[in-house]
Design a protein around this ligand. Sequence first.
Ligand SMILES: NC(=O)C1=CN([C@@H]2O[C@H](COP(=O)(O)OP(=O)(O)OC[C@H]3O[C@@H](n4cnc5c(N)ncnc54)[C@H](O)[C@@H]3O)[C@@H](O)[C@H]2O)C=CC1
Ligand SMILES: O=C(CO)COP(=O)(O)O
Length: 325
Amino acid sequence: MKLGVIGGGAWGTALAQVAARGDRDVLLWARERDVVTSINRDHVNAAFLPGIALSPSIRATGSLGELSGCDALLVVAPAQHVRAVLAETAVGATPLVLCAKGIEAGTRLLVGEVAQGVHPRAPIAVLSGPTFAHEVAAGQPTAVTLACADAGLRSALADRLAGPGFRPYASDDVVGAEIGGAVKNVLAIACGVVEGAGLGLNARAALIARGFAEMTRFGVARGGRAETLGGLSGLGDLVLTCNSVNSRNFSLGLGLGRGRSAQALLADRRTVAEGAFTAPVLREAAAEAGVDMPVCAAVCDLLEGAPIDAVVGALLARPLKREAA
Ligand SMILES: NC(=O)C1=CN([C@@H]2O[C@H](COP(=O)(O)OP(=O)(O)OC[C@H]3O[C@@H](n4cnc5c(N)ncnc54)[C@H](O)[C@@H]3O)[C@@H](O)[C@H]2O)C=CC1
Ligand SMILES: O=C(CO)COP(=O)(O)O
């Protein structure tokens, strides 16, 4: 199975490295000319994944048309750009493996739903989990959820990607796998705020547990399964990104917690903090589904500039309730 990768950021490059193990050819589309040159000439992605020696069997291209010879495509553009990039790609019935974590603004669609709308004949899979790109690219042990409704395709993709340091777990819950990754980014911002504002480790643990309850409520309301949310793509990724400054979302929150504005923090960054884009659309989607998500709503307020003391005070002053509700 020849794999193509759409997106030459940190995660697309790390996944290309996984797919290239054993000197197998991988074609990676990158939007930036400097990234294409850097990968083809020096076998590094100096812009988005510095310090990692890439397999020479990864070839980069700036032309989406070249991907037409691939047997499956890993889609690793940021969530808000997936529609535009896929619209320019001839896909037909080639399987698409969605690897971005987010919800599309405006439509409130999950990335897999966007892809299905653009290419109705393409089978859809989702790859998600606790996966810092640098660690994956360096071959450090990592496990992911690989979700696909078609058991044959799921197992072919798992066999193609699995290796000593990369272990996919099979699931047929595509929606559940996507929602975990999208929601955890918003919760990671909240945990960064707690760290930046010095609110303590108890508060962070409370946010992880109550945030997980929100993620599960929303995921189940959207048709996912609670057990998927409790797996690698949900709880696993939540634990990772809520506890590390290596997370772009956590570090965005850290800056907010230290009193900087979201606008200033997001300006000029070349890397993506998906939670900043997901938070407002998640607030809308939760309201539409009739799901209470107070922590995620609080992150929206903070991104919009509300003072931390007021936001935290309002969260804690809500009426007391049963934990399981
Ligand atoms: N970095 C990581 O460790 C992981 C990232 N992800 C997800 O992968 C997705 C991609 O993130 P990264 O590879 O980390 O990106 P990145 O932050 O390393 O790089 C930014 C990417 O955005 C692309 N981009 C910017 N403007 C664009 C536009 N107008 N159209 C198309 N592409 C555009 C750039 O070409 C580049 O590939 C995100 O949804 C992220 O949540 C998932 C797992 C791990
Ligand atoms: O999704 C990720 C790890 O699983 C990467 O998290 P950040 O986008 O917050 O860096």
